[in-house]
Write a protein that binds this ligand. Structure first.
Ligand code: MN
Length: 219
């Protein structure tokens, strides 16, 4: 198959004033596009057949000979998650199942929000800050460069891009202001809830998760 660049789920100017149209035009139209194109080129050169980005990532993770293909496929995948992790009118207090899980695993939203910002600020060099399900527990974690939780058996719920190309046009080196803008005004909790629902449907044996989330299983 040949991968196509997925469209943004909103207009290029929809995230202003927090992320400018110029940033999205470069970030989606140049960076993300280049990762998709390079993935197609390298997969063809390697004569790899695959059905999805996830399949490429699984097939190439940890293999030095396929490192460039892994990096480009993982970056293409991570950006696809990132565009849905933010939205106009998002941010602030979560709702639904993710709110219950955050309360159970972090105590309260403010604690989780502080840990998210600390993770963004603590990433040395390029990378990503994630809210993931690790087994049946909610965790905040970072990956460096192109690495992705999908290569480590974790389920991504939300991600913040911590490469400089994500914020430098708008905030120059002030990563903290970018982190605040994302967390307070853009995070898409509905997307996290959709990812949780998909994981629940695929994982029927999840007694401990249900206990953590306060979900009653049918008798
Ligand atoms: Mn990026």
């Amino acid at each position: 198959m040949t991968l196509a660049l997925p469209e943004l789920p909103y207009a290029y100017n929809a995230l202003q004033p927090y992320i400018s149209q110029a940033t999205l035009l470069f970030h989606h139209g140049k960076h993300h596009r280049a990762y998709v194109q390079r993935t197609n080129e390298l997969a063809a050169e390697a004569h790899l057949t695959y059905q999805s980005l996830e399949a490429i990532i699984t097939k190439t993770a940890g293999q030095f000979a396929h490192q460039e293909l892994f990096n480009n496929a993982a970056q293409a995948c991570n950006h696809g998650i990132y565009w849905h992790s933010i939205r106009p009118g998002g941010g602030g207090e979560p709702h639904g199942k993710i709110a219950a899980l955050i309360k159970a695993c972090f105590g309260d939203y403010q604690t989780a929000a502080k840990q998210l910002k600390d993770a963004v600020m603590g990433q040395f060099g390029s990378g990503w800050t994630w809210l993931v399900l690790d087994g049946d527990r909610l965790e905040i974690t970072n990956t460096s460069n192109a690495d992705t939780p999908r290569a480590h058996g974790q389920t991504p719920l939300l991600v913040i891009d911590v490469w400089e190309h994500a914020y430098y046009l708008d905030y120059q080196n002030d990563r903290a202001v970018y982190a605040d803008a994302i967390i307070n005004h853009l995070l898409n909790w509905e997307f996290a809830n959709q990812n949780l629902s998909r994981w629940e449907a695929e994982n029927k044996d999840r007694t401990r998760y249900d206990a953590i989330a306060g979900i009653k299983q049918p008798i």
